[in-house]
Every structure is written in structure tokens, then in C-alpha cells.
Design a protein around this ligand. Structure first.
Ligand SMILES: [Fe+2]
Ligand SMILES: [Fe+2]
Length: 317
């Protein structure tokens, strides 16, 4: 049996792939300015500067859109914690280091644009938003079980970037506002490029050390936590977003989990030893169970939405 490679050996082996994908990213990424996505003419002073403080009736967004925006923005706000995790588990040297800093700078742009939009349009309560940001950032990242080391980190961010892409995209649609939709489409396009970088690197790790990488992927998927885990109201907001198609179990399975596993050729690989095979089997069972849970979730959701409709309520409690 061959000896496992250490994280440092894996990073060194994958450095040429990191460089290639960094260059690919830089050639494809578009620079954009957050201020171009904010309707500044709608802005007004708050009470501290002689204007009026926020009140719910000022918001043009539905409750679902507000909750989704808050969840997505707080996730972006938690960037320092994500930067720390990535910087600690990837190398800070060479193309790895360049990637970590570039990625961080791009992510920061997302939070800037979304906050400016929400505050200027008075779409959400800015005081509650700030309180939630303080709590969420003070809690830091809620690590999925077994997080730590390069392989689990790169597996996690692959799925996490794709999940945020889906969530931003659907939040844009739910806002029913062309400016918000354009902004979130722009952000979702960034998340897609981030996902491709991580997916390609994790795929290369799978080719390099399949029996180490596949257990890491299985561990991350079977313990998957959305990046917003730990923020105030995360459960309630998550349920609401799932119920209204911002990010639900079917999207998780069909738009996030399955396409990536297919890209990595997980279920048809022939390079696995016993440890990799066992992880693949566990992953296969997990995916099958997820598919069954999707059906159960949708039945429950349909019943719940039907009950709400007969109550004639626009309330989502
Ligand atoms: Fe982002
Ligand atoms: Fe991203």
C-alpha cells in the first residue's frame, strides 16, 4: 500500500494545476464596480442625519426576498473567517497565495454591492442587519464535521460556491426588481468562476490521491452545512428559502451535488483502493437517501403551501 501524501506534498504536486487555473480565472473574470448596481437616486438620510429611520412599509421586497438577501449578505460578510480557513489550509506561496488573495478581494465586492443596494433602497432593516452581522462575524465559520486540511477545504468550497451561486441567482429572481436581479446575476457569475477553480483543483486532487480525496468529499457532503450556518435565524430563514425555491433540497441535489460528482466521474472511476471504494459506497447511499428526502420534502412543502393558500395568507410562518 502506498503511503498517504501530506497536505504539503499535495499542494506542491498540484501547484502547476493551481497556476493554470489561476490564469484561466484571471483571463475570464470580469472586473465590475459595486456602485454600478445601486440605485443611488432612491437614497435618503436616516434619522441620525435629519431624515427618517427604516420602517417595514418602505421595503419593496417580499419577506422571502428580504430573508434571502439578508442570508446571502451575512454569508458574504463572514469573509474574514473564510479567508482564514482557506489561507490556513491552502499554501500562501506561489499561485496558491495569489489565488487566495484574489478570491478574497472578489468576494468582498459581493458584500459591498449587496449592502449598498439594501441600505439605499431601504429593502431591509439596517439596524437588524448590522446586529446580525456583528453576531455572525463574531461566531465565525461553523465548520462541517471533519473540516480541516486541504482536501476537505477544497471539497467544501467547491460545493459552497455552487450553492451560493444558486442561492444568489434565485434571490435575484425573487426580488422582482431588475436592478437587484442584475446585481445578483453578476455576483452569481463570479461564484460560478470560483466554483470552477475549486472544482478543478479538487478534481486534480482526486486524480492524484483518490483514496484520500474521496473520503474527504464524502465527509463534506454527508455533513454539509450551508455557509450561513450559525447566523441569527438561520433555521427559520433556511426553511423559508427552501419553501419558496431559493435553495431547496432538489436544487442542492440536482444543481450542486450531482453535477460536481459527475464532473469528477466519482461513480465510474477505476482508480480507487479499498478506502476510496468504501467512501464511494457511503456517498452513493447518501445521494440515494437525498433523492428520497427530496420527494418527502416536496410533499410536505406542497401541503404546507396549500394550507397557507386556503388560509388566504401572504404570511410565511
Ligand atoms: Fe460571494
Ligand atoms: Fe465565491
Amino acid at each position: 500500500m502506498t503511503k498517504d501524501l501530506t497536505p504539503l506534498q499535495i499542494l506542491t504536486e498540484l501547484e502547476p494545476v493551481a497556476e493554470q487555473n489561476l490564469n484561466r480565472h484571471l483571463s475570464m473574470a470580469k472586473d465590475w464596480n459595486p456602485h454600478d448596481y445601486v440605485p443611488w437616486s432612491q437614497g435618503r438620510n436616516f434619522a441620525a442625519l435629519g431624515g427618517m429611520d427604516w420602517a417595514l412599509e418602505q421595503s419593496k421586497l417580499s419577506e422571502v426576498a428580504r430573508v434571502a438577501m439578508i442570508t446571502n449578505l451575512l454569508t458574504e460578510d463572514n469573509l474574514p473567517s473564510y479567508h482564514r480557513e482557506i489561507a490556513q489550509n491552502f499554501s500562501e506561496d506561489g499561485p496558491w497565495g495569489v489565488w487566495v488573495d484574489r478570491w478574497t478581494a472578489e468576494e468582498n465586492r459581493h458584500g459591498i454591492a449587496m449592502r449598498d443596494y439594501l441600505v439605499v433602497t431601504r429593502a431591509v432593516d439596517p439596524v437588524a442587519l448590522e446586529e446580525a452581522r456583528m453576531i455572525h462575524m463574531s461566531n465565525g465559520v461553523q465548520s462541517p464535521d471533519g473540516w480541516g486540511g486541504f482536501l476537505t477545504s477544497v471539497a467544501y468550497v467547491t460545493f459552497q460556491e455552487l450553492a451560493t451561486r444558486v442561492s444568489h441567482r434565485n434571490t435575484g429572481k425573487a426580488c422582482n426588481d431588475a436592478v437587484a436581479d442584475r446585481m445578483l446575476q453578476r455576483i452569481a457569475a463570479d461564484e460560478n468562476l470560483h466554483m470552477i477553480f475549486y472544482r478543478n483543483l479538487c478534481g486534480a486532487a482526486l486524480d492524484l490521491v483518490p483514496d484520500q480525496a474521496l473520503p474527504a468529499i464524502t465527509r463534506i457532503l454527508t455533513n454539509f452545512l450551508m455557509p450561513g450556518a450559525g447566523m441569527p435565524n438561520f433555521r427559520r430563514y433556511g426553511v423559508l428559502m427552501a419553501k419558496h425555491g431559493i435553495y431547496d433540497l432538489r436544487q442542492h441535489l440536482e444543481e450542486v451535488v450531482q453535477p460536481v460528482l459527475k464532473q469528477w466521474n466519482v461513480f465510474d472511476r477505476t482508480d480507487l483502493g479499498p478506502r476510496g471504494e468504501q467512501a464511494r459506497e457511503e456517498l452513493g447511499e447518501f445521494v440515494d437517501k437525498l433523492a428520497k428526502d427530496v420527494i418527502k420534502f416536496e410533499e410536505q412543502r406542497d401541503r404546507s403551501l396549500a394550507r397557507e393558500a386556503t388560509r388566504g395568507a401572504g404570511r410565511y410562518t
